[in-house]
Design a protein around this ligand. Structure first.
Ligand SMILES: [Zn+2]
Length: 420
């Protein structure tokens, strides 16, 4: 099928100046040309009049957890079918907020990805990590109480039985856990390299995984052509992970200048969250005094982290740590664009969810589950993942914090929303 979108200006995902008076030509699910010439409408099956809106690449959120749809501590109360249904709902809502691609940073997601790709469920493309790999007593050891045991076959915790969280200790177990995710189809590997806010039993400052264990994870991923990304907060955690070859840092909120220089030198990606802390969405995740003490420690550091990221011009991608209920996600995910504007300005903020993502996904090498088109940019050879926006978000990123400004959502050449 040949489609034409005309009467638009185009933000290509890389350059700040827009391509004015443009048309996009689409062949099935791929963009074949973006042109400023007059195009005869005759040769097309459908023509969309963009009514002077701005076309931008479909957005990418590089840190979601689709199957984690309740606060930590409440997950064990969910049946696996309930978990799956809520994950599908989260995926659908994410697409309708303008995100045509996500990197799932660990959750029960392979079946969901397959169902989306095969057209059973509406949702974004998913770069799956599946099980989050953690040491025993680490951030991913999600046993709900100290009375809950660990058996030789795994855990009593229902959440861990699903395979969304895996504990592995020592090099052989870490290699096994990584290779298991690769067997299942992971495009990259997620590990927990330090304490977390939501978990009850690990200190935030704790160093998780020895250098040998972390290097083993990186080696097993690299042998399959891909990379490891890590949950962490403190400089000590980040420096150990950098040394071990981890290539993308999640959160990293307690960043200092010494560590920023290391990140810069090693070309490590950073995936920070701002609205979570600036707008206090994090408080909704916290349900106990232990968690709240950890929240405070991290939240205070978020402003300094933003300053250091700018001072060192660190490469960052957009990632919200999206989890919890649909209603929470509806409020929180678009709000991150307001924070990105405050920290980076509109153009650089928009790059974090578009052009930068294309660079990050190159780390997946031949594990990229969508090798047939480009993601995060609009040019010949890109997937037809296109949003039409009322106004220019590269000049005012606040526009994306209100999904009503997204007039059309196309993913893979199919239109999901059109209110032009
Ligand atoms: Zn996360």
């Amino acid at each position: 099928m040949k489609q034409l979108i005309t009467n638009i200006q185009v933000f290509d995902g890389t350059h700040e100046p827009l391509i004015e008076h443009a048309s996009i030509i689409i062949d099935n699910n791929i963009i074949t040309e973006i042109t400023q010439e007059n195009v005869s409408r005759d040769q097309f099956d459908t023509v969309t009049d963009g009514r002077l809106s701005t076309a931008i690449p479909g957005l990418t959120d590089c840190h979601v957890h689709f199957s984690i749809s309740k606060a930590p501590g409440q997950l064990d109360a969910m049946r696996i079918d309930e978990t799956a249904i809520r994950a599908a709902k989260n995926a659908e809502a994410t697409l309708y907020r303008g995100f045509t691609t996500v990197r799932d940073a660990g959750s029960l997601v392979f079946g969901l990805k397959k169902s989306i790709d095969e057209g059973y469920v509406d949702g974004p493309r998913i770069f799956p990590s599946h099980g989050i790999i953690s040491q025993t007593s680490g951030h991913g050891d999600s046993r709900g109480s100290q009375a809950q045991g660990k058996t030789v076959f795994g855990h009593d915790s229902p959440t861990m039985k699903t395979g969304a969280f895996i504990t592995a200790d020592g090099v052989p177990e870490v290699l096994h856990a990584v290779r298991e995710q690769l067997f299942l189809g992971a495009s990259q590997i997620k590990i927990m390299a330090g304490g977390g806010i939501g978990s009850l039993y690990d200190p935030l400052e704790s160093l998780q995984f020895t250098p040998e264990e972390m290097r083993a994870a990186v080696q097993a991923a690299a042998d399959f052509g891909t990379y490891v990304f890590a949950h962490l907060y403190t400089p000590q955690q980040m420096q150990r992970a950098a040394e071990a070859g981890v290539q993308c840092f999640e959160h990293g909120t307690l960043l200092d200048k010494e560590t920023a220089q290391i990140i810069k030198n090693k070309n490590i990606w950073l995936c920070p969250q701002f609205a979570l802390f600036f707008d206090n969405f994090v408080s909704d995740v916290v349900t106990s005094p232990t968690q709240d003490r950890k929240r405070l420690l991290v939240q205070k550091a978020a402003y300094t982290q933003a300053e250091i990221i700018n001072e060192f011009d660190l490469p960052t991608v957009f990632g919200t740590d999206l989890a919890m209920t649909k209603e929470w996600c509806d409020r929180y995910q678009p709000a991150e664009f307001r924070s990105k504007k405050k920290v980076h300005g509109s153009f650089k903020g928009l790059l974090t969810a578009t052009g930068n993502v294309q660079e990050l996904f190159k780390l997946c090498g031949y594990r990229n589950p969508y090798p047939d088109g480009k993601i995060g940019v609009l040019e010949a050879g890109s997937f037809a993942d296109i949003l039409l926006i009322k106004g220019n978000p590269a000049a005012d990123l606040d526009l994306l914090s209100d999904i009503n400004n997204i007039k059309m959502i196309m993913k893979d050449g199919k239109i999901y929303k059109n209110t032009l």
